[in-house]
Design a protein around this ligand. Structure first.
Ligand code: ADP
Ligand code: MG
Ligand code: MG
Length: 874
């Protein structure tokens, strides 16, 4: 395979080559070159070479150096400069770039090619000695850091000495002579720490740097980032070698980063920062404070205009928001990078709607652009306006990533992780974050920094995750060692709680109350489009009128799973429930059930009313009975007293109900087989509630779902019992209208899926209970999986947690078989899914493909499911 791809005026070889091979950075450098943008020429070494490097025992392929030398020769010709030259030297940057952007994870080396000889050449060619030696000392420093793994402290010490000698405090004030001395000092440090001279052969420098980039692919922080972001299956990183341009040649030069639109709120306004007389990472590193990009017109009108034009060219080419890096060398603009701009959920929604309006993309594209899970951010609560009005605002930073975060202060990443694991809500407070802080940033409820701009590490990473972040709150003095911050003359520590508003940048004292989200504006528009394109129905899992109403507001078209067991835990009901369970005879059991009936009926009336004519699938009692009884003797004694039996009786009943494998025990439909009176009571409550609603002209659409069926015979028996009960209630109530109650089952035992054709004889609908189905297919206990799941994920035995995302190739086969076999018996069989997977976009895609009628998920995931269903259909 071709190992190296050139981009420049001479030729652009990367045309049409995939991101997987060239990496994102390399592909887009080639693409920008091709569409005529000013990109410094260079070449890309493919990710396949990285793969070869690791497979070959960490050795570069033999022929690579030859290919690289050829590209360098082409560069020399194109730029009329020579590598290592003493008159006009070619310098390059060595940049990593995988197929997926991993901000700040791998280091870049700038000014490569400088040696004792070529530094003189650079000084002559640019007529700027200080600049040349400044570039050289940066190279020695970066090379020492990145390639040789040196501790940068030793360099800092040498720098301090020079500054002291020349009586200056700023790096920029060190004169040319000082820089020359500094280079000597750096070389000495380099030799002392590595035992070798700083390499004076540019090709050797290059080779070592290429290898270092490949090595950085497997540093622990890069590996950890891929883990956190669930990035798998990549070959490795590509290496981009690109001729240098200099943003640090004086006040007519500079460097910057920008987004073509606001990545925080989506506004169509050029957004970014730039720094005059600076190189490379100075903008993101937060060393000096950059200026907003709009200020550029005052500094250099022509360049600003050109940049705006490039912005439009990029957007119309990529048809999406771009995140760009650029450098101005003596008034000439160069593009160094472009990539799809990470954005918050809110920005994604606004940008998608705007771009449709602008005619840039169509509706299906707009829908497929929004990561369905990112809608969660729009469904998070925001601060209640009234509560905010009366809150004490301590200070204001930059609104770097929207959201409302409340928590106590944590001062290091480790602390944030530990305290979050212990169940606390914390805000990570740092001067600025760096890639080492990833874990802590991920666990924290919000991130607060005192330096750093809108494109700082903290801001970029937080926006990527939709985590609330306030950056650059400069009035806050942080003392991480003493674990305290000082603001407005007051000090706050680890126990103090603050509230962060990521949309306004406000930092407030104490816990400010939040309010519920709404579907409106662009969000509503996206939902409307989603409904037009999707074919899957969306239901919700709800068992209270409040949840039912919320789900309806979010667009649910029915309830796919109404669990009845929750209803037995409230107030006085649990007592009656326990009486029922403790009863020895059917007679006493029936008496207790009779007292439960009105409660159940009332619940159902409430839910049917809230769902106004939409179907409601009610699942009959599912958990093993011991879950309703307490297990410690003190509580057992109290219950005994309440019910008027002996404590010994309670404890013996608990012992009797004990099971070794409760999840495979006496539960689900097995309860109704043993105690048909429980089913009778529940069905009676459903039918009575339906009749009561009908009388009030509320169209109740009840569906009775019998759980945990494994054989057709079980369902046959219980169906008959339910039908008898329905008839009896109708007769008792003298109701002869139509109720249209359906009777169906959950398919959650593998045997039910395998014999779905038989089961369908007695079921008008199936609902796949994929939680239990996954548990029983894998044989993984859902409640204990965390003891081994992390190992399974890190060893790549499992790609994802199968309880979060449906295992399409295994469990999915049972679902598919269940659908096909079920419909072979009953053509019009209604089929849905309930359980966690119903709200997971990847699983929803699977459900669409196997022809399910609907998915059912928790109320807050309904909008996500609507969008994911549309994406599956597009
Ligand atoms: P990252 O992936 O961390 O953004 P980059 O490879 O983009 O790393 O490089 C880091 C910085 O160096 C960026 O600010 C970029 O603009 C600058 N840079 C990279 N290559 C060059 C070059 N050839 N000339 C000038 N600056 C460069
Ligand atoms: Mg970059
Ligand atoms: Mg179940």
């Amino acid at each position: 395979a071709k190992m190296v791809y050139y981009f420049g005026k001479t030729k652009t070889e990367g045309k049409g080559v995939s991101k997987a091979i060239l990496g994102g950075k390399g592909m887009n450098l080639a693409e920008m070159t091709k569409i005529g943008l000013p990109v410094p020429p260079g070449f890309t070494i493919t990710t396949e070479v990285c793969d070869m490097y690791y497979k070959g025992g960490q050795k570069l392929p033999k022929t690579l150096s030859n290919d690289v030398a050829k590209c360098i020769a082409t560069l020399e010709k194109e730029l009329k400069k020579k590598f290592g030259d003493d008159k006009n030297p070619l310098l390059v940057s060595v940049r990593s770039g995988a197929a997926v952007s991993m901000p700040g994870m791998m280091n870049t080396i700038l000014n490569l090619g400088l040696t004792d000889t070529s530094v003189v050449g650079l000084a002559n060619a640019t007529n700027n000695e200080r600049f040349a030696y400044d570039a050289y000392r940066r190279l020695i420093n970066m090379f020492g850091d990145v390639v040789m793994g040196m501790d940068h402290h030793s360099f800092e010490e040498a720098f301090s000495k020079i500054k002291l000698k020349y009586g200056v405090s700023q790096d920029t004030d060190v004169p040319a002579q000082g820089m020359i001395e500094l280079c000597e000092a750096y070389k000495a440090v380099y030799k002392k720490e590595t035992g070798e001279d700083f390499p004076q052969d540019p090709l050797k420098q290059l080779e070592l740097s290429i290898e270092a980039v490949f090595k950085s692919w497997n540093t622990s922080r890069a590996v950890r980032y891929r883990e956190v972001e669930n990035i798998r299956g990549l070959l490795g990183t590509a290496v981009n070698v690109q001729s240098m341009v200099y943003g640090n040649m004086g006040d007519d030069s500079g460097t910057g980063v920008a987004f073509t639109r606001n990545p925080s709120n989506g506004q169509n306004k050029f957004y970014g920062e730039f720094l005059i007389n600076a190189q490379g990472e100075d903008v993101v590193a937060g060393i000096r404070t950059p200026q907003p990009v709009a200020e550029m017109s005052k500094w250099n009108r022509a360049v600003y205009k050109q940049l705006l034009e490039i912005k439009d060219t990029l957007e119309s080419h990529y048809k999406d928001v771009q995140d760009i890096e650029f450098t101005i060398e003596k008034g000439d603009l160069f593009m160094l990078q472009t990539r799809t701009g990470k954005r918050t959920g809110a920005a994604a929604v606004k940008i998608a709607c705007d771009m449709v309006k602008e005619g840039l993309i169509d509706e299906p594209t707009a829908l497929s652009r929004i990561p369905a899970n990112d809608l969660t951010q729009l469904l998070l609560p925001s601060f209640d306006a009234a509560a905010k009005g009366s809150a004490t605002v301590l200070t204001r930073g930059l609104p770097a990533s929207p959201g409302a975060a409340v928590g106590a202060l944590a001062f290091t990443a480790e602390e944030a992780v530990l305290r979050t694991q212990a169940g606390e809500k914390v805000l990570l407070v740092r001067k600025e974050t760096s890639p080492e802080d990833i874990d802590g940033m991920h666990s924290a409820a919000g991130i607060l920094t005192s330096t750093g701009g809108m494109t700082s590490h903290a801001a970029v990473v937080a926006r990527g995750w939709g985590r609330c972040c306030v950056a650059g709150a400069g009035e806050i003095e942080i003392d991480a060692k003493a674990k305290k911050i000082k603001v407005g003359g007051k000090t706050y520590g680890p126990k103090d709680i603050l509230s962060l508003d990521g949309s306004s940048g406000e930092v407030m004292l104490g816990e400010v109350a939040t309010s519920e989200p709404k579907l409106s504006g662009d969000f509503a528009k996206i939902m409307k489009w989603a409904d037009e394109y999707r074919t899957l129905g969306i239901r919700t899992n709800a068992d209270t009128p409040a949840d039912s109403k919320r789900a309806r507001d979010f667009g649910a078209e029915g309830i796919g799973l109404c669990r009845t067991e929750h209803m037995f835990f409230e107030d006085e009901r649990i007592g009656i429930m326990r009486e029922m369970i403790l009863a020895e005879e059917e007679d006493t059991r029936r008496k207790a059930l009779k007292r439960l009936l009105p409660f159940q009926r009332k619940d159902f009336v409430g839910i049917f009313t809230a769902m106004k004519g939409l179907p409601v699938t009610v699942r009959l009692l599912d958990p093993p009975l011991h879950e309703f009884l307490p297990h410690d003797s003190k509580a057992q004694a109290e219950i005994a007293k309440e019910i008027g039996v002996t404590a010994a009786k309670v404890s013996s009943r608990v012992a009797q109900l004990h099971e070794s494998n409760p999840m495979l025990g006496h539960r689900g439909c097995r309860l109704s087989v043993t105690y048909p009176e429980i089913l009778e009571m529940q069905v009676t409550a459903i039918v009575q509630a339906a009749i009561e609603c009908k009388k009030k002209r509320i169209d109740a659409q009840a569906e009775i779902m019998i759980p945990l069926v494994g054989t057709a015979a079980e369902l046959k028996l219980l169906r008959e019992k339910a039908e008898e009960t329905i008839a009896k209630v109708k007769a008792d109530k003298k109701f002869d209208g139509k109720l249209g109650i359906l009777i169906g089952t959950m398919i959650e035992i593998p045997r039910a899926a395998l014999t779905a054709d038989e089961v369908a004889e007695y079921a008008e609908f199936f609902s796949f209970g994929t939680n239990d189905l996954t548990q029983m297919t894998f044989g993984y206990s859902r409640d204990d999986i965390n003891t081994f799941l992390p190992d399974y994920l890190s060893k790549e035995i499992l790609p994802v947690d199968p309880f979060q995302s449906l295992d399409a190739s295994g469990v999915g086969q049972l679902v598919e078989m269940g659908v096909t076999k079920g419909r072979s018996t009953r053509k019009k069989l209604k089929v849905g899914i309930c359980g966690e997977h119903g709200g997971d976009p990847a699983s929803i895609d699977f459900c669409h493909r196997v022809g399910l009628d609907y998915v059912s998920c928790s109320p807050f995931r309904v909008p996500i499911a609507r969008l994911a269903a549309a994406q599956a259909a597009i």
